[in-house]
Design a protein around this ligand. Structure first.
Ligand code: GCB
Length: 651
């Protein structure tokens, strides 16, 4: 895209929303309201992996027809969690194929008897392909982990006096193929002198363990039969007024009224409107600022939507309240602007990973991670390499932590992965990501992929299409993908708004030669900027470090080497961040699990925290740096206070 156009897009983004590609069907986060109830199904589920040779015994014997315990032994499986590290059976850790989950539920009587109530089953994520039965009836299928899906099950539960008992069966297949996202291949090893008959392995092309199962909450919720299906909000600023543009989709009735009220944090009404779309104007609006950038960050309004639909025998109301942050995002040739002010990303890459729960959602871990982010002075992270749980983004909205929201477009390493079917699937996944996350003020940019083989012609076309589709879905945010290709070879870079670069100088090459980093990194930045004149983020850099290994002068894998490597990067980042480098994201926030290999010691150890969230020496270095940058980049200028230590050098 021409530069001028990119800038115009950035400024006009919010106004262009009306032209955005409309998505069918919403995926609002299930919140309680006077018209909506929730019933969480977290806890112990019955579980069985299908170890049969073709992995299809469950379908052949129709395990969904009867309680799972009647077709064979079951295990207790906690939800949410990955199934891989829970049992002592090594076969389950590496299992590839269908696993079966089941849960019996008693519903409140009103849900089954009141025909003006709609009952929805919502699965936060099932990695990677799921089929759902309710009371043995095939109800729902979904492809792709890390994103929610749901079905209206009212007609299955509102069928008579016995219907309050519900049996939910979910079959999940974790196999990755050339057309899934992320892609993978299944390789049969046929040399019978080495492998048993039918032996196969799952190959993946990314560097994290392919944890699977019901990794986020499963829940039931209700709405009235006429209901608020989706809300899309974009925001702008005009002089000192905030603008909140809304679009609401209603289902279940054509005869309805909508009232929209915007409340401030003290619950005072600041603007109101009616109808399915409109613009609310908030004079003297408080903006949503990233924390550390502003002394009054993360301000959230509440958009209260009330639907009144004329139904027989009488009117029906539905209520939904959406948190709204008023802010703008724009990109120039050399800057990333939030609310018109230059924003510098000083943050981390993460993974949703810790200990035996695998990628299972966990509140204590989430709160600990946010405390550590603030301890570190990190103002941003990228959801490498897949969309994180919705609760994570809600915390970012509330804390003022900025997010680059990445889809599971990781491991696009082989030429055969850039085919039409994969492209269609990738575009569909972006639709699901945008549909789920579009209303989070914390999300400031979409990332459609991590390290695709972007030197290939076919990848260039593929990335162009996915990026164009994402922009059509959401004209209000910049779009990127993260590259590790050479600036002269990359075929996708012309289409991004911000260049995101991963490089591992003195780690994956020139091992041990820390003295080369400054020259190589300078060349990297200068060649990219000369070619594209777009802002650049150093989206990954780092070094594998085993906590407790020490050596001076530094040697690879020691805490000293990690610190020294970071220091070398920082010299150049400090020179360039005053020009066109708009961010740095360390790889990685914490150590995380990978497949086994001779280059990984119980996983990837490039964390500045261990997998148990204890700091390595580099965490202290980074902390000092991030607070220093925070103090230099605040608006309006004032000294930032370290959130954890009263007597920090930066208070
Ligand atoms: C990368 C990948 C990331 C890896 C990291 C590493 O470039 O994007 O997924 O984990 O390097 O440590 O090799």
């Amino acid at each position: 895209m021409a530069r001028g156009l990119a800038v115009a897009w950035a400024v006009l983004g919010p106004l262009l929303w009306g032209c955005a590609l409309a998505l069918q069907g919403g995926m609002l986060y299930p919140r309680e309201s006077p018209s909506r109830e929730r019933k969480e199904l977290d806890g112990l589920w019955s579980f069985r992996a299908d170890f049969s040779d073709n992995r299809r015994r469950g379908f052949e014997e129709q395990w969904y027809r009867r309680p799972l315990r009647e077709s064979g032994p079951t295990l207790d499986m906690p939800v949410p969690s990955s199934f891989n590290d829970i049992s002592q059976d090594w076969r389950l850790r590496h299992f590839v194929g269908w696993v079966w989950y089941e849960r019996e539920v008693i519903l409140p009587e009103r849900w089954t008897q009141d025909l003006s109530t709609r009952v929805v089953l919502r699965i936060g994520s099932a990695h990677a392909y799921a089929i759902v039965w309710v009371n043995g009836v095939d109800t729902l299928e979904h492809e792709g982990g890390y994103l929610p899906f749901e079905a209206d099950i009212s007609n299955l539960v509102q069928v008579g006096p016995l219907s309050s008992q519900l049996r939910i069966t979910i079959a999940i297949n974790n196999t990755l193929t050339p057309t899934t996202l992320p892609p993978g291949t299944i390789q049969y090893l046929t040399d019978t002198s080495k492998y048993p008959k039918g032996y196969f392995v799952q190959n993946t092309y990314f560097d994290f363990f392919n944890y699977a199962g019901l990794q986020r909450s499963v829940l039931l919720y209700t709405t009235p039969t006429a209901y608020i299906d989706d809300i899309t909000v974009t925001t702008g600023v005009e002089h000192d007024s905030g603008l909140v543009n809304y679009q609401i989709s209603v289902k279940g009735s054509n005869l309805f009224e909508l009232e929209v009220r915007l409340l401030d944090a003290e619950n005072k009404l600041v603007a109101n409107g009616t109808g399915t779309q409109g613009q609310l104007k908030v004079p003297g609006a408080r903006l949503w600022w990233p924390y550390l950038m502003h002394e009054r960050p993360a301000y959230l309004y509440s958009l209260e939507v009330r639907l009144t639909a004329q139904m027989s025998p009488g009117p029906v109301s539905d209520f939904y309240t959406l948190p709204v942050g008023i802010r703008t995002v724009a990109v120039t040739e050399s800057q990333f602007l939030i609310n018109g002010k230059p924003f510098y990303f000083h943050g981390v890459n993460k993974h949703e990973d810790a200990d035996i729960r695998g990628k299972g959602f966990d509140w204590p871990l989430l709160v600990k991670d946010f405390n550590l982010l603030r301890w570190l002075g990190a103002n941003a992270f990228r959801t490498s390499h897949y969309p994180y749980a919705e609760e994570v983004l809600q915390m970012c909205d509330r804390y003022g932590i900025v997010v680059i929201d990445e889809c599971p477009g990781v491991g696009l390493a082989l030429p055969q992965f850039f085919n039409n079917m994969s492209l269609q699937n990738h575009m569909r996944v972006m639709e699901e990501v945008v549909r789920r996350d579009k209303n989070h003020p914390a999300v400031v940019m979409w990332s459609v992929a991590n390290e695709p083989a972007s030197h290939l012609e076919s990848a260039g076309y593929y990335l162009k299409m996915v990026i164009a589709h994402t922009k059509a879905l959401d004209p209000s945010r910049p779009v990127t993908f993260v590259t590790n290709s050479n600036y002269a070879a990359d075929k996708g870079a012309p289409y991004v708004d911000v260049i995101c670069l991963n490089s591992y100088y003195s780690w994956y090459h020139d091992y041990g030669h820390l003295e080369l980093i400054q020259q190589q990194l300078t060349t990297q930045f200068e060649s990219w900027y000369k070619t594209y004149q777009k802002p650049i983020i150093q989206s990954e850099y780092g070094a594998e470090t085993i906590v407790g290994f020490h050596q001076d002068p530094p040697l690879m894998f020691t805490e000293e080497y990690q610190k020294s490597l970071l220091e070398q990067y920082h010299v150049v980042l400090d020179q360039k961040r005053r020009k066109y480098v708009v961010g740095e994201l360390i790889w990685n926030f914490a150590d995380f699990m990978t497949e086994q290999s001779p280059t990984r010691v119980l996983g990837n150890k490039k964390g500045v925290f261990t997998r148990q969230r204890q700091p390595k020496s580099a965490a202290f270095l980074l902390r000092e740096r991030y607070w220093k940058i925070a103090n230099e980049t605040r608006y309006p200028y004032s000294i930032a206070k370290s959130q954890c230590l009263e007597n920090s050098p930066f208070t």
